[in-house]
Write a new protein. Structure first.
Ligand SMILES: Cc1cc2nc3c(=O)[nH]c(=O)nc-3n(C[C@H](O)[C@H](O)[C@H](O)COP(=O)(O)OP(=O)(O)OC[C@H]3O[C@@H](n4cnc5c(N)ncnc54)[C@H](O)[C@@H]3O)c2cc1C
Length: 237
């Protein structure tokens, strides 16, 4: 799959949370990507200089479009928040070959997401669900509070129809009354509660802020998981 550059039209902008939006782009026929890969975006007039990387948050199961899910933070992402549907953005990709899973090799997979780090996992779960993958897949998704949970309905829908996918939400700061998910930061005890087999038999994917990645690495290593079974996507945020 070679790199492709094109000017992509934004078809739809979806509000996910007060600070996160999903941008749906028209997909050129020759633009293909794997779940877990990313693309770089740039403004055609370079109103904000440079390019930024964004993970695909949907999969090729959506044939006509691709999506990226962006958290408002600094110069580039804030400018993305001010653009409207119909706008055009320079796109290049796909990038990355290590943060993609291979269903033929990994029996059980644990996906650990902190905040907008869930974006590549939205893609992976859609891929797994659309292909009817037999692997046990557990997404553990950490957010500060309930209103910050990204794409909850969509993620929940992947658990339906007896598929081997489960999604666990953990709220670190504020839990509403009657909250049925996990409370506090994700830790090894929590992970063990949701996986069916021994922790060292699983492949672990981690994506989120640097502090989240560091803490997940400690938790996973504490369960005697081989380094080779830990795949990390570092965004430098
Ligand atoms: C492979 C890859 C995939 C990525 N995928 C995504 C994605 O799917 N969605 C997404 O939102 N971002 C993603 N990022 C991060 C993205 O590329 C930008 O770095 C991010 O949008 C910030 O750019 P900015 O211009 O808005 O902020 P800048 O002006 O470049 O950054 C300002 C400062 O804020 C810090 N910062 C930026 N974002 C955050 C944050 N969310 N939390 C805390 N500190 C932050 C930066 O480290 C920097 O010091 C990805 C990065 C990489 C390398």
């Amino acid at each position: 799959m070679g790199l492709v550059s094109f000017r992509g039209k934004i078809l739809k902008i979806i509000d996910e949370t007060p600070t996160v939006k999903t941008f749906r782009f028209e997909r050129p026929e020759d633009f293909h990507f794997k779940a877990g890969q990313s693309c770089s975006l740039a403004f055609p007039d370079r109103i904000v200089p440079g390019r930024r990387m964004y993970s695909f948050s949907n999969s090729m199961a959506d044939s006509d479009f691709f999506e990226v899910t962006i958290k408002k933070h600094g110069s580039f992402s804030s400018m993305m928040f001010s653009i409207k549907e119909g706008a055009e953005i320079d796109v290049k990709g796909p990038f990355g070959n290590t943060f993609v899973f291979d269903e033929s090799h990994h029996e059980g997979i644990v996906l650990l997401a902190g905040g907008v780090g869930v974006a590549p996992f939205m893609s992976m779960l859609q891929y797994a669900s659309s292909r009817g993958m037999k692997n046990e897949l557990v997404l553990m998704f950490s957010s500060k509070e309930e209103r910050e949970i990204i794409a909850r309905k969509r993620l929940d829908s992947y658990m339906e129809n007896g598929k081997k996918i489960s999604v666990v939400y953990a709220l670190t700061q504020e839990q509403p009354s009657g909250w049925k998910g996990e409370k506090g930061r994700i830790n090894s005890k929590m992970i063990k509660k949701y996986i069916k087999g021994m922790p060292d038999k699983y492949k672990y994917f981690i994506c989120g802020p640097d502090a989240f990645i560091s803490s997940m690495k400690i938790e996973i290593k504490g369960m005697s998981v081989d380094e080779r079974n830990i795949v990390i996507e570092e965004w430098g945020i």
